[in-house]
Design a protein around this ligand. Structure first.
Ligand code: PMP
Length: 426
């Protein structure tokens, strides 16, 4: 078996819409290293898109999953539940920022979690409207595509999208969108598009993920909270990419001292087992009628076992602190590289271990260089490094290492990254 043959079979068997970034077929993986079918070793700076915060095959998570599989793999939590689902919901309810009593539901994917937030918000408020942000990413179902604020490649050819969704600018210092402008534009929606009394919720990522790792300031989130309170609108915070220790706290928005009405979590929650959850204020969560929420696989016993182990590992190994350390270490490397290429790397930024650089021409923020960000992951794949691109303008390379990554692997990966950059520019 080799990568090229597998890629050929893949292209014949799997529709092109489900494209893959690199023709690297995985054989096995451990913490931040992946070995492909040809025996090549790859350093993983992507962690399966922010899923493996506890690393590949963490022994405790693996043991919990295997032990669960020995007992049973499925009953459907809506038919015959089990203690692990209750215990994980209790942990999520206690961990969600803010003091209001919380409840949770389990689903399978991040998109479903976002979609369920909309259902719950509408059931609670009796209102239709949702305000989301330009550059936001919330999933690939029809509702979440409607909420996503980036056309290519997600929305192309897939409309019509649901109505009563309004997009507003996300504050972005680097791109020159001030917090005041963004907030004023949001308020304008109540004049130009929909009366505030018909808006069910405002949906925001505390750090835009696919959009390019732009972080909303604490004061912006606080202003949103106040605006929501003024108009009886719910604040939904999408923590799918930023959650589970990734930004230095268990959930990113706790840094702003803000309490969400509803919060989504997925990805890092269960280290690769398909699990996602909505956590929210108990009275809001209880608005939908019994049986109105759920799904066959939501809260799978294997996923819940992994989720409980992930909570333990994050605490035992102090992974929130580790996210801060790892982020700072990446930034140190990247600012050194930026000093070598000041015209090319317009920005180095991070929120804990959500780390990004932005490629531009002539050091000019208004001249994005997406071709380079597109080229790099493909070159990196040939040299044993897993890299991800992103960004509303497509010109961002993001680094999402496991929070358990060894420091010397960061050094080694950064050496490869520098060589790839040279090769891309040659
Ligand atoms: N919201 C955010 C912020 C995300 O980053 C993602 C996934 N990249 C989603 C929602 C959708 O999650 P999923 O792919 O599990 O449906």
């Amino acid at each position: 078996m080799n990568n090229a043959d597998l890629q050929q079979r893949k292209e014949a068997a799997i529709a092109r819409g489900q494209a893959n970034m690199a023709p690297v077929y995985v054989d096995r993986a451990l913490n931040s290293e992946v070995w492909d079918v040809e025996g090549n070793r790859h350093i993983d700076f992507g962690a399966g898109i922010a899923v493996l915060n506890t690393g590949h095959n963490h022994p405790k998570v693996k043991a919990a999953v295997l032990a669960q599989m020995e007992r049973f793999t499925h009953t459907c939590v809506m038919v015959n539940p089990y203690e692990s689902a209750v215990a994980l919901a209790e942990k999520l309810n206690a961990a969600a920022p803010g003091n209001t009593p919380k409840k949770s539901i389990f689903v399978t994917t991040g998109a479903e979690a976002v979609e369920n937030c909309v259902k719950i918000a509408r059931a609670h408020t009796g209102r239709p409207g949702i305000i989301a942000f330009n550059g936001g990413y919330h999933g690939r179902t029809n509702m979440t595509l409607g909420l996503t604020g980036k056309v290519a490649p997600y929305k192309i050819g897939f409309g019509p999208f649901p109505s009563d969704i309004y997009h507003v600018p996300y504050p972005n210092d680097y791109l020159g969108i001030t917090e005041d402008q963004a907030f004023a534009d949001l308020q304008m929606r109540f004049t130009c598009d929909i009366e505030a009394s018909r808006v069910a919720a405002i949906l925001i990522e505390p750090v835009q993920g696919e959009g390019g790792f732009y972080k909303a300031s604490s004061s912006f989130l606080q202003k949103l909270r106040a605006l929501c309170d003024e108009h009886g609108i719910l604040l939904i915070i999408d923590e799918i990419q930023s959650g589970f220790g990734r930004t230095g706290t268990l959930f990113c928005h706790e840094q702003a001292g803000v309490e969400a009405d509803l919060m989504t979590t997925a990805k890092g929650i269960a280290a690769g087992m398909p699990l996602a959850a909505v956590v929210g204020k108990a009275d809001i969560m209880d608005a939908p009628v019994p049986g109105g929420l759920g799904g066959t696989y939501g809260g799978s016993p294997v996923g819940c076992a992994a989720g409980l182990a992930v909570f333990d590992v994050i605490e035992e190994e102090k992974l929130c602190d580790r996210a801060t350390e790892v982020g700072a270490y990446f930034v140190k490397h990247l600012t050194e590289i930026q000093a070598e290429y000041p015209q090319l790397i317009g920005d180095v930024r991070n929120a804990g271990a959500m780390i990004a650089i932005e490629f531009v021409h002539d050091g000019d923020v208004n001249k994005p260089y997406p071709e380079l960000a597109k080229k790099l992951p493909a070159i990196a794949a040939k040299h044993g490094l897993i890299l991800l691109a992103c960004g509303i303008r497509g010109n961002v390379i993001r680094f999402l290492p496991a929070l358990t990554i060894e420091m010397d692997l960061i050094d080694e990966g950064m050496d490869i990254f520098k060589a790839c950059l040279k090769e891309a520019l040659a």
